[in-house]
Design a protein around this ligand. Structure first.
Ligand SMILES: NC(=O)c1ccc[n+]([C@@H]2O[C@H](COP(=O)([O-])OP(=O)(O)OC[C@H]3O[C@@H](n4cnc5c(N)ncnc54)[C@H](OP(=O)(O)O)[C@@H]3O)[C@@H](O)[C@H]2O)c1
Length: 290
């Protein structure tokens, strides 16, 4: 068995690499965290080479990459670039986790919460703020489970583009765009839905209480916004499976506990083999244990 220290190499697109991600890495079992901030795609090759050319293939599972930063699109570019510079034919690769802005672990925890109360294969969902990094991943994970997903946005064209992007990954995904910029539009989009997940921007209410009251079929309401005013009026930030206005409610802190467990499990998983790429769906698979 390898006795090399477990090294997590943090590639963060923000100038200052996230302290949050470093602390979680240590708590998840990394012995050392090498943090790089302001990482640009053209710098990734040398960082990956430093990771894969130092230890022999049998020890490379003790080295892994974590891609973070507040800009999820930038994180996706860093992940793609990192994978491009691995050399799997010679066993020269390391495992990678993408969790820029906490998007993958948050979406996985939210969908896991919904799955505790609904059969996702038959559920019908509305994802508010469904075009953002977290919302897109929520919609992807739900579509993969067979849920009928309406992707809400202030601009229907934007949600149509999100649906198209998700269908490229889930060909049989049941997705439809929905305008959700006004209370009347949200009310229409919520018709016939058993699940709503609000993944809108921090500090913006997307679902007013009056609209919820007009949607008696709603069984589960999950809000990921922790900054007042909250995303779903009537769902408290610490709600965790609490009944409210006829639905089971989760707030951002309620979901956040599972998110933390998933985040730690995902980092720990990196050190089990050197060939893993943990993006939304792989992270959701890990969330099944919580
Ligand atoms: N609990 C946790 O651990 C955790 C971790 C990460 C993130 N979060 C929270 O999860 C939520 C989603 O994160 P994110 O990074 O995906 O959010 P985001 O990109 O800031 O916003 C998501 C979507 O909200 C809509 N939006 C933006 N400004 C708006 C406004 N003024 N009024 C109405 N809609 C607006 C936009 O969609 P359209 O333009 O298409 O309408 C946008 O795509 C945030 O509240 C974030 O704080 C929680």
């Amino acid at each position: 068995m390898s006795d090399k220290r477990k090294i997590l190499i943090q590639l963060d697109s923000d100038p200052q690499p996230s302290v949050f991600d470093r602390v979680v890495a240590i708590d998840a079992g990394a012995d050392e965290v090498f943090s790089y901030g302001g990482v640009r795609p053209e710098q990734v090759r040398d960082l990956v080479h430093g990771a894969i050319f130092t230890r022999g293939p049998k020890d490379l599972k003790r080295t892994a990459l974590f891609v973070g930063g507040s800009d999820v699109a930038a994180g996706e570019r860093l992940l793609a670039e990192a994978l491009r510079h691995m050399i799997p034919a010679f066993g020269l690769r390391v495992s990678v986790l993408l969790d820029a802005n906490g998007a993958n672990t948050t979406a996985a925890a939210a969908v896991r919460a919904a799955a505790r109360h609904l059969d996702l294969k038959t559920a019908r969902a509305l994802v508010l703020g469904g075009t953002g990094p977290v919302g897109q991943r929520v919609a992807l994970l739900l579509a993969r489970q067979g849920t009928e997903v309406r992707v809400g946005s202030r601009q229907e064209a934007k949600s149509a583009a999100t649906c198209t992007a998700i269908r490229a990954k889930v060909a049989d995904g049941k997705l439809e765009p929905a305008a959700a910029g006004t209370p009347a539009e949200v009310q229409a989009a919520l018709q016939g839905r058993s699940l709503v997940i609000a993944a809108g921007a921090a500090g913006v209410t997307l679902l007013p209480r009056s609209v919820r009251a007009a949607s008696p079929g709603l069984r589960v309401a999950i809000d990921l916004n922790a900054v007042p005013p909250l995303g779903i009026e009537g769902v408290e930030v610490s709600d965790k499976g609490k009944e409210g206005d006829g639905a089971v409610c989760y707030g951002a802190v309620g979901v956040g506990e599972t998110k933390m467990k998933v985040h730690k499990a995902a980092v720990a998983r990196l050190f089990e083999s050197n060939d893993q790429v943990l993006d939304a769906e792989e992270v959701y698979a890990l969330a099944q244990s919580f």
